[in-house]
Design a protein around this ligand. Structure first.
Ligand code: PEP
Ligand code: MN
Length: 271
């Protein structure tokens, strides 16, 4: 494998990315928020809840990649404005997905971190465009991508001069149909061995089922991830996307208490 720029040997101390008060790669970091930004009230309410529970970064999709063109595809620019407002009210940095090269500059004016979704992992022109700016970027693993393909996509961004890449495992497609995807925790261990980049896990899209999110989050911590991205909604039953997997704020809060303990335990194992 040739991962010239991402290779661990190039930076054995690991990449740290300062976003707001959090040092991603050094401090364990929780990104949380709804699948989609649905209204100003919705995102502000959820932002306050996730901040109270201990999240460090607020997520919310304004441009949504949807399987069907008839599904809710996001509020676009208005969604970015509401997300920014919710971030400013709570003091949380914000992350949102970019699905089109034409939106990179607009979205980077609003967002603190750009997200490349699983469906766009190998959109090479998008990766090159994002590589030309310096905004941190969370690169999700494609649902059909090998680890090598995923790391090569990180290489595309790094090669353009943007060193602020965060990897995110979010489940891959297998023969199993019970979950939405199969969370590949071995990919976390491999990415940590091969690269100096922070590695996150998204247990929400990986499982597609809210009752599995806690167990897989705790397992991801023990697999060595640097952070989690979790979907949270105050009223998941009526969410405009991903109803089945979004956690209620109270369940999210419980989950963060447990992950916090496990992160401390993991530190003890390291010495
Ligand atoms: C998301 O995080 O909003 C999303 C669409 O996830 P993925 O790209 O992993 O499917
Ligand atoms: Mn979602």
């Amino acid at each position: 494998m040739e991962h010239k720029l991402a290779a661990l040997g190039r930076k054995p101390e690991g990449t740290c990315i300062q976003v707001g008060d959090v040092n991603i790669g050094k401090d364990f970091c929780i990104i949380a928020g709804p699948c989609s930004v649905e209204s100003e009230e919705q995102i502000v309410e959820i932002a306050i809840e996730v901040k109270r529970a201990g999240a460090a970064v607020l997520r919310g999709g304004a441009y949504k990649p949807r399987t069907s063109p008839y599904s809710f595809r996001g509020l676009g620019r208005a969604g970015l404005e509401y997300l920014r407002k919710a971030g400013d009210i709570t003091g949380l940095p914000i992350i949102t997905e970019v699905i089109d090269t034409r939106d990179v500059y607009l979205i980077s004016e609003y967002a603190d971190i750009l997200q490349v979704g699983a469906r766009n992992m190998q959109n090479f022109s998008l990766l090159v465009e994002i590589g030309k700016i310096r905004k941190p970027v969370l690169l999700k693993r494609g649902m059909n991508a090998t680890i090598e393909e995923w790391l090569n996509c990180a290489e595309y961004i790094l090669n353009e001069g943007n060193p602020n890449v965060i990897l995110c495992e979010r489940g891959v497609r297998t023969f199993e149909t019970y979950m939405r995807n199969t969370l590949d925790l071995s990919a976390v261990a491999v990415a940590k061995r091969l690269t100096h980049l922070p590695v996150f896990v998204d247990p929400s899209h990986a499982t597609g089922k809210r009752e599995l999110v806690e167990t897989m989050s705790l397992s991801a911590v023990m697999a060595g991830c640097d952070g989690l991205e979790i979907e949270v909604h105050s009223n998941p039953q009526n969410a405009l996307s991903d109803k089945e997997q979004q956690l209620l704020p109270k369940d999210f809060e419980m989950l963060l208490k447990k992950t916090g303990k496990l992160v401390e335990f993991r530190k003890q194992l390291e010495v």
